[in-house]
Design a protein around this ligand. Sequence first.
Ligand SMILES: Nc1nc2c(ncn2[C@@H]2O[C@H](COP(=O)(O)OP(=O)(O)OP(=O)(O)O)[C@@H](O)[C@H]2O)c(=O)[nH]1
Ligand SMILES: [Mg+2]
Length: 612
Amino acid sequence: MREDIRNFSIIAHIDHGKSTLADRILEFTKAVSAREMRDQVLDDMDLEREKGITIKAKAVRLDYVASDGRKYILNLIDTPGHVDFTYEVARSLAACEGTLLVVDAAQGVEAQTLANAYLARENNLKIIPVINKIDLPNANRENVKGQIMEIINVDDRDILEASAKLGKGTEEVLEAIVRQIPPPAGSPHAPLSALIFDSVFDPYRGAVIYIRVFDGTVRPGMKIEMMSSGKVFEVNELGVFHLKMVSASSLEAGEVGYLVAGIKDIHSVKIGDTITDPARPIAKPYNKLREVKPFVFCGLYPVDSGDYEHLKKALERLRLNDASFEYQAEDSVLGYGFRCGFLGLLHMDIIRERLEREYDLDLVITAPNVVYRIKKIKGGAKKGKVSQKEEGETIYINNPADLPPENEIAEIAEPFVRATIILPGEFLGAVMKIMEKRRAKFISMKYINPQRIVLTYELPLAEMIAGFYDRLKSVSRGFASLDYQHIGYKKAALAKLTILINHQPIEALSVMLPREKADYRAQRIVSELKQVIPRQQFPVPIQAQIENRIIARETIKAFRKDVTAKLYGGDVTRKRKLLEKQKKGKKKLKRIGKVDVPQEAFLTFLKFTEEE
Ligand SMILES: Nc1nc2c(ncn2[C@@H]2O[C@H](COP(=O)(O)OP(=O)(O)OP(=O)(O)O)[C@@H](O)[C@H]2O)c(=O)[nH]1
Ligand SMILES: [Mg+2]
């Protein structure tokens, strides 16, 4: 047992100050020099810095001399707070013995505070609650303490207080980590077992695997076996995470670090897999990580069809770094591309942006949808009610385009979620109203304290992916927070809306809609498409169809839009600038038949999910 090691993660609701607290811990332990230091130094991805949020969990190793005079090695993992990235949190927790649960002193307990605290408890981790941002004028420590004691079993005195911004309370946090979190169990002499909790692709070294060693010792030159596949590799290099990776001569029980084993075939690495010594294997792999299934799907197509192979490579590599997304090749009227699955809309956005930036790709993304379960009628064509024995196979479709013809469908079911919303009482009315509009069923209402309400609803996942989070935030002035769990499929009255442009059905624009809202939404979708699709040399009809019946129609009048028309007279540079801008805008057009369809057309339906 390594008495001198502590492995912990930092968890919280989004923006409660995890990464800033990590900054202070890094500073206090001198893991970063003043020169290297910047705000949220662990958020090193461009996207993270731009959006001001953590996307990937990050591990870093620190040395700390505690007040007992002993030197400790701390492995810290900073995690993201957004609900789409809960999977990152789950993985990080699997590598730790304890966790800091950070709660904003002004916001109090929110939906991911609750969700992450439960995750930590499921993993049997020691939870150290920390109230952060006590410097804020509207900080309400006593109230927040009460809220924390409602959700975890903790004594008033054991709730720490900090201001990560001012660097207050950092030492108390470090001392609590050393005293309260148990050192890792396990023996360096036992047979090797290590958990893969993350990985990245390096063009020169192949897969770099992040591991937590539970038992045994791994050294360069040693053979390792991936337990899920039985594949064996030889370790070339290993090391630990300081701000950068630093090589080491071994990693033993209790330690967190990385290893490189010349793995060029990315498919050999599975996050959540257990590594062992093929000469002395352990009996059973760890089963610490639940596999996550993506819930939201969309098509990704290169704007330039010549980029297909490049996109395929990029997806393979990105998937190594993010096991929670899926892809499979598909072709459609948009050409060759991929159907990709994500954990939510932010996740979808991030992956698309990473592909565009890190791999220099231009992509068109189609409307996101959930996975539908279809029960088919046995033997095919038969109308009306179907008795049990006539029912045929059940299929799952992740693309509305794959919906069988209506006369073969006995039943359509869609995934439902149980949503937990935490909000201050004053927004109750507004929030209940948006829930009503989204086919949500009220389940319960509970008070954490007189000002904070926990609402529970069951609703179709499809209603949540379309702008729900933004709506919730805007009607509650940012105060409501949301978490959700999947609760399985329920039968629903849905229909596929197909859009025809210039008489050609464009499956990439198809969406599934609740039947009772189909007419209304179809009309709004075609009107919007009329606005966003540029005029052509000829008139272009846009039609919306359900089961061979046209239910809405608009026509785009002919003529090429001349952006320079309103510029009369001399200024050539302005004219050129405008033309260039138009050219740039064009990059994101996809030519379908004779019509150019811009990116935003594919996301039109997201705008019309709530009827006024
Ligand atoms: N006033 C005050 N602001 C703080 C404090 N700690 C963090 N902040 C601010 O809160 C915002 C969010 O901080 P982050 O550290 O990025 O929060 P996070 O929990 O890592 O956020 P995610 O990783 O996106 O979930 C930033 O603007 C910080 O400057 C604090 O103690 N006091
Ligand atoms: Mg962060």
